[in-house]
Design a protein around this ligand. Structure first.
Ligand code: AMP
Length: 438
């Protein structure tokens, strides 16, 4: 299969080995983010790309960086020319796989090394022997490998940050500082993310040179328009029963359910299995092998329900995922956007259902406010909540004393939710259904 020279991808100016790879993946035309970001990237400009998850970001930066590699003189020793940083190991594996496929017809073969923490370092060190032109890495493991002299970054010409908002966040600040200090100052930067809050954008700008900002139509922090959002009012203790009911009623072939903790993911998965559903937990305690197996089973249809924590699910692409359920609400509006972006990828439509209880109502209202959109509350027959929602705070601040700040309210909502979860877990434990967390 090959793309005709007048194909929409050829018009972007991509090298012909890449057009061949794109044709093999049956991409008919560039997605909007690809059409907007690839031309400036090919000119050597730095790019800040803001697009919804599932918009084709990986191929946007992948094609741009491989085009550059195709035109870079290489030495016999495979010096590292391009570095892609990602926040999680699952994303590292997915991005590495896409890049290998896109690189397969390049004139000189490109070695793509994928390194991430949580597994033994030795096979990764072996894999890096003889060098690799392209490294996809999580920051901590990359620093570890640099410390062991398995990687050198002095020749890196191009730095990609995928899920850049997360990498530029406090959690990775230290590691990112140490890594960027090792990179040559003369380099091209391509930073991509679904969300770029102002503080992150400011930080990104310090690492880039006169970047072109590529925004797609729509509010960058809002959910993709193809996602229908629903909020169902239900008591915390009835959520598992409601989840089962919805899965059976709608016959969802595949569903990704977000929970707050590893314990909850194991516990709810176990309850669904007992009810005869093919369900599995997905969290940071699982080995890489177990996580890959679970994902393969979900993609093949052997598994129907995945109970995941935020940590594990960031950046995941699950083919044909019609619905995402927030069993526990996410901590922030940004996490909400990321979660529901797992459905409706590459132009498909999707449904995002959030369970809201009396204890979490205030927290959900804050998320709606940040999203700039109200999601109508619904109830499902047989699961109507019995707990009463606290009335909305008096906007005039009628009571004497300091008005609660947003942080206070978030803390309070989180505490309420934790109490509700505990109550639900206790109830399950006393009814003998509780299982040990993994
Ligand atoms: P990403 O946003 O990189 O996670 O990509 C989401 C999905 O879109 C992946 O399954 C890609 O294979 C797919 N994709 C990327 N580019 C295109 C394109 N130009 N046409 C159709 N599908 C695409």
């Amino acid at each position: 299969m090959s793309q005709r020279p007048d194909s929409p991808f050829a018009a972007l100016g991509l090298a012909s080995p890449l057009l061949r790879a794109v044709a093999e993946r049956a991409y008919a035309a560039p997605t909007p983010i690809q059409a907007a970001a690839i031309p400036p990237a090919l000119q050597g400009r730095d790019v800040i790309g803001c697009a919804h998850t599932g918009s084709g970001k990986t191929a946007a930066f992948g094609l741009a960086l491989l085009h550059r590699l195709e035109h870079t003189r290489r030495s016999a020793w495979r010096r590292t020319k391009a570095l892609v940083l990602v926040p999680t190991r699952d994303l590292a594996v997915q991005v590495g796989e896409t890049l290998r496929q896109l690189a397969r017809h390049l004139t000189d073969p490109v070695k793509v090394a994928v390194v991430f923490g949580g597994v033994s370092v030795n096979p990764q060190m072996l894999g890096l022997r003889g060098g690799a032109e392209l490294i996809v890495a999580t920051p901590g493991r990359l620093l570890d490998l640099i410390g062991r002299n398995a990687v050198q970054l002095d020749d890196v010409e191009l730095l990609v940050l995928d899920e850049a908002d997360r990498l530029l966040d406090e959690g990775f600040a230290d590691e990112l500082d140490r890594l960027t200090a090792l990179l040559p100052p003369q380099r091209q930067g391509l930073f991509f993310s679904a969300t770029f809050p102002p503080a992150v954008q400011a930080l990104a700008t310090t690492l880039l040179h006169d970047p072109v900002r590529v925004d797609l139509p729509g509010k960058p922090d809002a959910a993709a328009p193809a996602i229908e959002q629903q909020a169902i009012e239900v008591d915390a203790a009835r959520r598992t029963a409601l989840l089962r009911h919805l899965i059976e009623l709608h016959r969802w072939p595949r569903v990704l359910v977000f929970v707050a903790t590893r314990y909850a993911s194991e516990h709810v998965a176990d309850k669904l299995r007992r009810a005869g559903l093919a369900a599995a937990a997905f969290h940071g305690d699982l080995s890489q092998g177990a996580r890959s197996r679970v994902l393969a089973e979900l993609n093949s249809g052997a598994l129907q329900v995945l109970l995941a924590t935020d940590m594990a699910a960031r950046g995941l692409h699950i083919a044909g995922l019609p619905v995402v359920v927030n069993y526990d609400l996410p901590r922030s509006a940004v996490d909400y956007t990321h979660r529901i972006g797992r459905t409706a990828r590459a132009g498909a439509t999707g449904l995002a259902v959030s369970f809201v209880s009396a204890a979490t109502e205030a927290h959900f209202r804050l998320i709606e406010k940040r999203q700039g959109q109200r999601v109508p509350r619904q109830q499902v027959a047989g699961f109507e909540p019995r707990e009463v929602t606290a009335p909305a705070p008096d906007p005039t601040g009628g009571v004497k004393g300091r008005r609660k700040s947003r942080k206070d309210k978030l803390r309070e909502a989180a505490a309420n939710e934790a109490a509700a979860n505990e109550a639900a877990a206790n109830e399950a434990a006393t009814s003998g259904a509780a299982t040990k967390g993994g």
